[in-house]
Design a protein around this ligand. Structure first.
Ligand code: RAM
Length: 925
């Protein structure tokens, strides 16, 4: 009996074991991290998921993806794609290989995986995505708007300023709405309402692309905003980038053409019928609304006397509004769903301080240099004009420093229609500021800090990484870096957010990309901009990449170190995300840019002659003023260095894509250019031939691997000498700075890099912090308490390039980096320096889940806490000479766990999990 009972329990146990699945995958996403999107841009998406964190789950043995045209068909009847069980560890960016998908189609998907023990998981939750309008032919709407060029006024430098438009269209729906999609975009920027309600909280849509190639479209779910009977769609429309002076009257955009909208509302009714409302000649419009003027550079004018009550509701009578003009959709301008998230309001700064109050004017300090708009709540008198001025910093006498805005007026006005407290937030402009001056408010009122708030805006990506340490200034530097980043990620990556520029400089972009990819989930943000880059590049037969994208300057020549963004950024994205799509998309473009260098080689083999901004804004340049902006590293050297580097990267990309012929061809090219570089610019002792030595000449040669091994060693010595001559300060501009830590690190000169990073005097990172910086600055000496502002008006106090040090802070101070594309293999390798720090930690949401490295020195021990996500492995480098002292999760490590041991560290390999590592800390002193 007992035996029978035992057998029975045994079988029950086996059955339940085989039946209970392991935990389902989570955080499903498509392509560059989109979740359950509507209006999605890509009919050939990729699929990603994460394995749950659990003792049972170390890695993935296999996966299966199902895609169906309705939810009910899952999991048993997936009609669009069944990947079948694929034996693969790949859990990110798996390509869709099912039936072709088309515009508007909504699909549902699920995934499951098998873990390392081949145990199957439950099916994931069902996710979905719905495609937007993928083809121009999907649009029945026409470009619609008023001819505002006709009565526009002349603004700064005589550029046309269009009056913002209010456009509307009433329509009737015969029965209840089952579903409705609003597809919309503008030549300009818009805000759309349905039946009086704001359709979304997006800011400055559709954003900025090369509008002569592609205009992005938005899709909104309008189901809940419509009703049986009378409805209205109403749009506010302003110049934005398209028709504003930021596009410099670009001939490309039809010379300041009047802004227009393109709007298509597709409604499915309960009675089964479909109704589509499109922008066409039946719309009505007026320019007599409250937003009188709006400009990216110059600000907004709002006159409450022009408010039109209920203009955006169905009941409103628009019979005295004007008829609109229409324009057909052009074939050669692609209308494409937006491929990254829009700008949104992100944070509200409320901790405001009053700096000074004069007769009817007050200055407010938001304590953080930020980008976005103010929210003011101010008592006013009817007919008075509130003037809102902005400034990044103050002059000694507490007045505004605005010389660095150059011609950007950056001023908002509000004209009151009645006595009382007004509330105002501009809609179609943005400013870069920390201080704000109000004047024109009610004279009898006493200014109060609560009158002002700052609404910080940026593209809507999520935070991805964190970095913190035991040192306040290093933490402030991290804060300055991330503010600098988010402030300048305003739909496109911009150099600065405040002056009459705010352009997508390619050089700045390539230097900051790695740091940005640690801190924010900017995968889609970058790939969207890279598409714009390729579009602008396509205008030039020789493969030239303009130095700004979108190229409103209609650049005539490429710059070394700038156009290389076409090669460097795709490679960085691939290495951080593991998504090969970006390499596939960018491959031809990267090759073409290398071809551009080739086309510029004239007399001397492999040495191009072209344009370059060179090591932009290097400190202590030998030439004065503007002439010094390009630093002292000769541009010919920079061309050759980047030519070689880009060729080298193209060869690596070719390898990754399995293009072996190209891989060899570009590697040979890189070697040949490297050889020419060394011979032309360095003597046989590895010394830079030019009398005026520069750190950057050595850094480029060493980091890009352009020297013969024996010359490299010699060049390293000269670099160290140069740094010593600078009294251990950096001497680098935009191009040299991101490379400095990598080179010194590679040379084992960690303590030297710490010394440079922790310098307090000019030029250094902490110098600007000591002068009060809350963001990164364009120049190492943009401002000093002693001497005031740099006399050049090109002096942005919010410029991310020098923030490129952020990468080294994550990778080496905290010690967390990706060792195989997308963090499939992770390197934990902190390099503590007890002279400056007792702790540092970083975390990153990798494509596999959260990874982190966190260390502290406590008494004599070095404690390292590490998190390694499922489906990855890590090499952990422990800074100790003595393996006997090392404990992992309380257990002494055995010799055979050590896979590498050097004089000052030992390396172990670990799988997914959480590790507390303890070792003896050996101070060098
Ligand atoms: C200025 C800015 C920008 C830089 C160019 C060369 O416009 O400093 O960041 O890339 O010059």
């Amino acid at each position: 009996m007992k035996f029978k009972y035992f057998i029975l329990t045994f079988f029950i146990a086996i059955i339940s074991c085989t039946q209970v699945n392991i935990q389902q995958p989570k955080e499903l996403s498509i392509s560059e991290g989109f979740k359950n999107s509507i209006g999605f841009y890509n009919a050939k998406p990729t699929f990603s998921w994460k394995l749950p964190v659990s003792e049972q789950i170390k890695s993935q043995f296999a996966y299966q993806i199902l895609v169906a045209s309705s939810k009910e068909l899952l999991p048993d009847n997936a009609d669009l794609w069944n990947s079948k069980k694929q034996k693969s560890t790949q859990s990110t960016f798996v390509k869709y290989q099912g039936k072709a998908l088309k515009s508007r189609q909504k699909v549902y998907w699920q995934v499951r995986y098998w873990n390392q023990d081949e145990k199957a998981s439950d099916w994931s939750e069902t996710n979905s995505f719905e495609l937007g309008l993928l083809n121009n032919s999907d649009w029945q709407a026409q470009w619609t708007g008023l001819d505002t060029a006709k009565d526009s006024i002349k603004g700064v430098r005589k550029f046309l300023m269009h009056r913002p438009q209010y456009l509307r269209k009433g329509f009737e729906l015969a029965s209840d709405v089952v579903s409705a999609r609003l597809y919309i975009t503008a030549k300009g920027v818009f805000d759309v309402h349905l039946n009086g309600k704001d359709v979304s909280d997006d800011v400055m849509t559709p954003g900025w692309t090369p509008y002569n190639h592609r205009i992005e479209t938005l899709t909104y779910d309008a189901t809940e905003l419509l009703q049986v009977g009378k409805n209205v769609v109403a749009v506010e429309l302003a110049s934005g980038w398209h028709s504003g002076r930021i596009s410099r009257g670009s001939a490309l955009y039809e010379n300041f053409a009047s802004p227009k909208i393109l709007c298509q509302l597709e409604v499915v009714l309960k009675d089964g019928s479909k109704q589509t409302i499109v922008s066409d000649e039946s719309w009505r419009g007026t320019t007599n609304g409250p937003i009188r003027l709006a400009s990216v550079y110059d600000g907004e004018v709002y006159d409450a006397n022009f408010e039109i009550p209920n203009w955006n509701t169905a009941a409103f009578d628009d019979s005295n509004w004007k008829s609109v003009e229409v324009e057909a959709i052009a074939k050669n301008v692609k209308l494409a769903p937006k491929r990254h998230l829009t700008v949104k309001n992100q944070t509200v700064l409320k901790d405001v301080e009053i700096v000074s109050v004069k007769e009817n004017s007050a200055i407010f300090n938001l304590k953080q240099n930020m980008v976005g708009v103010p929210k003011v709540k101010v008592p006013m008198k009817k007919g008075d004009t509130l003037k809102i001025r902005f400034s990044e910093m103050l002059l000694k006498d507490n007045t505004f420093y605005t010389k660095n805005y150059r011609s950007a007026k950056s001023t908002d006005y509000y004209i009151a229609a009645k006595d009382g407290v007004i509330e105002y937030t501009p809609k179609f402009t943005f400013h870069g500021f920390q201080f704000l001056e109000l004047s024109g408010y009610d004279k009898n009122a006493k200014p109060d800090a609560s009158w002002v708030q700052g609404i910080a805006q940026h593209s809507n990506f999520e935070k991805k990484g964190t970095f913190t340490s035991s040192h306040n200034k290093l933490n402030q530097l991290q804060s300055n870096i991330i503010w600098g980043l988010r402030d300048n990620f305003f739909d496109i990556p911009t150099d600065c957010p405040q002056r009459d520029e705010r352009l997508g400089w390619t050089g700045d972009a390539q230097v900051i990309a790695p740091t940005s990819l640690f801190n924010y989930d900017v995968h889609a943000f970058w790939t969207a901009w890279l598409q714009s880059l390729r579009e602008n590049q396509s205008e030039h037969k020789d493969g030239m990449v303009p130095f700004i994208v979108p190229d409103v300057l209609q650049t005539k020549s490429g710059s070394s170190g700038w156009g290389d963004a076409a090669v460097i950024i795709p490679w960085d994205i691939y290495n951080t995300t593991g998504d090969i799509t970006v390499l596939e998309e960018s491959y031809e473009s990267a090759k073409k840019w290398v071809g551009y260098y080739q086309s510029k080689v004239k007399k001397q083999p492999y040495l191009p002659k072209m344009h370059s901004f060179a090591d932009w804004l290097q400190p202590y340049p030998s030439k004065p003023g503007k002439l010094g902006n390009r630093g002292d590293t000769p541009k010919d050297l920079i061309h050759a260095a980047f030519f070689a580097h880009s060729a080298h990267l193209v060869s690596k990309i070719a390898n990754t894509l399995g293009k072996t012929d190209d891989a060899k061809k570009y590697k040979d090219l890189y070697k040949a250019v490297a050889n020419a570089f060394e011979n032309e610019f360095f003597d046989e002792n590895g010394k830079f031939k030019q009398e005026r030595q520069t750190q950057t000449s050595y850094l480029l040669g060493i980091y890009f691997d352009l020297f013969k091994p024996e010359t490299k060693l010699k060049a390293q010595k000269y670099l160290l000498e140069e740094i010593k001559n600078a009294d251990y300060h950096l001497g680098t501009g935009f191009l040299g700075t991101p490379i400095l830590p990598k080179v010194l690190d590679d040379m084992g000169e960690i303590d030297l890099m710490y010394k440079i990073l922790f310098k307090e005097t000019y030029p250094s990172w902490f110098y600007s912090i000591n002068q009060g910086a809350t963001t990164m600055w364009e120049r190492w000496n943009s401002f000093s308490k002693a001497d005031g502002y740099n006399p050049q008006p090109m002096n942005s106090l919010n410029h991310y390039a020098y923030g490129a040090i952020g990468q080294w802070m994550y990778e080496r101070i905290a010690g967390l980096s990706s060792l195989a594309p997308g963090y499939q293999k992770i390197r934990i390798a902190p390099i503590p320096n007890a002279e400056f720090l007792t702790s540092a930690s970083a975390s990153v949401k990798t494509p596999y889940g959260k990874a982190s490295s966190s260390w502290k020195i406590e008494n004599d021990s070095f404690k390292l806490d590490v998190i390694i996500p499922p489906n990855t492995t890590a090499l952990v480098s422990i800074p100790t000479t003595n393996s006997n002292d090392v404990e992992v999760n309380g257990v002494k490590i055995s010799k055979n766990q050590i896979i590498d041991q050097k004089e000052d560290k030992l390396v172990i390999e670990v799988s997914a999990g959480t590790y507390n590592i303890n070792s003896k800390f050996e101070s060098k002193k």
